[in-house]
Design a protein around this ligand. Structure first.
Ligand SMILES: C[S@@+](CC[C@H](N)C(=O)[O-])C[C@H]1O[C@@H](n2cnc3c(N)ncnc32)[C@H](O)[C@@H]1O
Length: 272
């Protein structure tokens, strides 16, 4: 699919936060971008890879605060590509996981705009790694499920609860912080033991990462007391018990370093 203007849209996964988790392809494209269109979950450090004179357009997408409506974003991408620009459309994590990347690309395909999709480290993988929770483990979980806990009509979470309470699996819930009490209540009501382990990870992979572990019974109180905020990810399953031993990430201090501050000479030497 080629657009006659020569413009192209690159839908790029920006990863969960730490800019060091960008792919080489993402960095290369950022370095060559004319314009960036980015969502609110994209770290500022990611934007720094683009040339200073590249235009930066914030498309928003915070909960309850959509700076630009989806149709406006779609129309903007089409317009910029038709102007012949190299457009990098940045989305947090992976663009095809709870990111509406598919919808944006459908619109480009319908308009005959040339595009490419670059995967990113999705929050489930990045956050699990940085908090020391393997999503699968031979002794604990043979299945990992990614679901969204987004409240439908602001009040109800509609999920396949019987499928989520099975043993020997890990359930990762995106956008589930606000519905946490309802999620824990439903899982217990559908047969999960109240003692099933759960972790809530705020700002995973970032210097401000905070990991709370507990059970389905006590996590709503723990989260309320800790006043966790978005973005946060819920991880449910026995693998959470490994966190205490595998917790390795020290954003600051002797045992680790703020990886966002590592030198980037290897990246600057990349060939286009
Ligand atoms: C709209 S979804 C976008 C997911 C993204 N496309 C991905 O692949 O990670 C946003 C949700 O992802 C989760 N999330 C994204 N980044 C996160 C982070 N750094 N720490 C914890 N949760 C994160 C949160 O549950 C947040 O509400």
């Amino acid at each position: 699919m080629r657009s006659s203007s020569g413009g192209r849209v690159y839908l790029v996964g920006a990863g969960p936060g730490d800019p060091e988790l960008l792919t080489l392809r993402a960095v290369r494209l950022l370095q060559q971008a004319d314009v960036l269109v980015y969502d609110n979950l994209v770290s500022p450090g990611v934007l720094d890879f683009a040339p200073a004179n590249a235009e930066r357009i914030y498309a928003g997408k915070r909960r309850n605060e959509h700076t630009m409506r989806q149709e406006q974003i779609n129309a903007l991408l089409v317009k910029l590509a038709r102007e012949g620009k190299r457009v990098v459309r940045l989305k947090g994590g992976d663009p095809f996981i709870f990111g509406r990347g598919g919808e944006e690309m459908q619109e480009l395909a319908a308009k005959g705009i040339d595009f490419e999709v670059v995967p990113g480290v999705t929050a489930a993988c990045g956050v699990a790694s940085y908090s020391g929770i393997p999503l699968t483990h031979r002794d604990h979980a043979q299945v990992a499920l990614f679901v969204t806990g987004h409240l439908k009509d602001g009040s109800k979470v509609e999920l396949d609860w019987p499928a989520l309470v099975r043993p020997s699996q890990t359930v990762v819930i995106y956008m589930g912080l606000n519905a946490l009490p309802e999620i824990c209540r439903q899982l217990i009501a559908h047969g999960a033991p109240a003692s099933r382990p759960i972790a809530v990870v705020q700002h995973g992979t970032m210097a401000s990462q905070q990991v709370l572990t507990g059970t389905l019974a006590d996590m709503p109180h723990k989260v309320a007391a800790a006043k966790l905020s978005s973005p946060s990810l819920l991880i449910v399953g026995d693998v959470v018990t490994l966190q205490e031993t595998l917790d390795w990430f020290r954003p600051t201090g002797a045992a680790g370093q703020d990886t966002a501050a590592l030198p980037l000479d290897i990246l600057t030497s990349l060939q286009p």
